[in-house]
Design a protein around this ligand. Structure first.
Ligand code: FES
Ligand SMILES: [Fe+2]
Length: 428
């Protein structure tokens, strides 16, 4: 349970809020690279951390993320014309480059330097892997570029999608570090999903419905270990890294690609879920890619032309009571991603954490909240750089591993939890 003011501290990420400043310390996913497919293509509206922005790729291939609204009289630059070297407002023709600098005010005399004094807020936008990343903090504390393995492997080894989730970012993240719901909510998917089924480890998930949680500190966040009984004298460990503020990786299953998420606030009541799947040492197969595009695994189907899931709160997520009754889908909702999203959105846009009752399987969530609170207060009060900003903190992996029962999970799995280029993930 959390006091209301702590809940607010952790969930509010608009400009000037402590958690908003934490998010503004990192390079965060802003949009998919495929949303700006070529030089001079149409601009895209992007709302992040409660700021309304426009992403565009100019005629020279430079990316920028600038204030959505024209400096003249506030027209949305989404209506703008992407012309030579900048985005021109459709109302009176003021033109802005990728940094937000005004470069032309056609009504003013050419010799006037008026436009030099006009600049919109602008943030850098950089492509790494399938994602365009932005940094929304002060330029003087801009960190080195991120080094997440999923975005650094060759392009044929990785796939990223995004979906709109109609809830605060924190309750979405909390689902990502809560390994105990897998045996319940996702039990149907373990048997049938093409990106989950067939792994040796699945039998342990289903054979022990009372996982024991141990949480270990990491430089960038936590390693959350969920322990289940395996063969005599052994435990099956599923280890989830969480790196501040909102990177999580699901422990792998067999040789399936490894997946994970970034939960990025759109505003306080909505978030983007960036979902990646990659294999550290091999290309994704055409069958796997097709399954991802079709919304299997941790991906989803869409309302055509949008990033809104096809199953959403307006259609009760296409809940199927028959498949709920038969156990085909434990909750009656199809697909891992929408099973999570439906329940997390059902909590309301910002869940009231003063009313919850936490139990031992919530240890990871409790520790993550403590770390987030500490990071927000240390940055606010002492200007301390939060964990997870240093790219060294990004080089983590999840793991699924069977260990002798007296082994300490974090020691025994140490090498498996680090990025090791050319070496496959540790998985059963
Ligand atoms: S409002 Fe944009 S140019 Fe006038
Ligand atoms: Fe889940």
């Amino acid at each position: 349970m959390l006091k209301t003011e702590i809940n607010e501290l952790l969930t509010e990420t608009g400009p000037g809020t402590p958690m908003g400043d934490v998010f503004r310390s990192y390079w965060i996913p802003a949009l998919l690279a495929s949303e700006l497919p070529e030089d001079g293509c149409p601009p895209v509206r992007v709302k992040l951390l409660s700021e309304r922005l426009i992403a565009f790729r100019d005629s020279d291939g430079r990316y920028g993320l600038i204030d959505e609204f024209c400096a003249h009289r506030g027209v949305s630059l989404w209506f703008g014309r992407n012309e030579e070297g900048g985005l021109r407002c459709s109302y009176h023709g003021w033109k802005f480059d990728v940094t937000g600098q005004c470069i032309d005010v056609p009504s003013e005399p050419e010799e006037s330097s008026f436009c030099e004094k006009v600049k919109l807020t602008g943030y850098p936008l950089v492509q790494i892997g399938d994602v365009l990343w932005t940094y929304m903090g002060p330029p003087e504390t801009r960190p080195a570029l991120p080094e997440w393995e999923f975005a650094q492997v060759p392009s044929e080894q990785t796939f990223t999608s995004k979906r709109w989730q109609e809830s605060n970012w924190l309750q979405a993240l909390e689902g990502g570090i809560d390994s105990s719901h897998v045996s319940w909510l996702h039990s149907g998917g373990l048997k049938s999903d093409p990106l989950f089924k067939g792994a040796e480890g699945n039998k342990y998930n289903m054979g022990d419905m009372k996982p024991y949680f141990e949480v270990a500190e990491a430089e960038g966040g936590l390693f959350i270990g969920a322990r289940r009984n395996a063969e005599e004298g052994h435990y099956y460990w599923r280890i989830t890294p969480w790196v501040l503020p909102s990177f999580t990786m699901v422990p792998p299953r067999g040789d399936h690609p490894v997946h994970g998420h970034f939960w990025i606030p759109i505003d306080d009541e909505n978030c983007w879920v960036f979902t990646f799947d990659y294999h550290p040492v091999r290309a994704l197969s055409e069958v796997e890619l097709q399954a991802m595009r079709d919304g299997h695994g941790v991906h989803n189907e869409y309302v055509p032309g949008t990033f809104r899931p096809l199953q959403n709160k307006d259609n009760d997520y296409l809940m199927d009571r028959e498949s709920q009754a038969s156990g085909e889908n434990y909750s009656g909702v199809k697909g891992i991603a929408m099973q999570d999203a439906s329940l997390q959105e059902s909590m309301g846009p910002i869940v009231d954490r003063s009313k919850e009752r936490l139990v031992s399987t919530d240890t990871g969530i409790i520790k993550a909240r403590q770390k987030l609170r500490k990071a927000a207060e240390a940055l606010r009060d002492r200007g301390e750089i939060p964990p997870g900003v240093d790219p060294a903190h990004h080089r983590v992996r999840s793991a699924a591993i069977v260990l002798p029962s007296d082994d300490d999970f974090i020691d025994a799995a140490k090498d498996s939890l680090k990025v090791n280029p050319g070496v496959r993930q540790t998985s059963v």
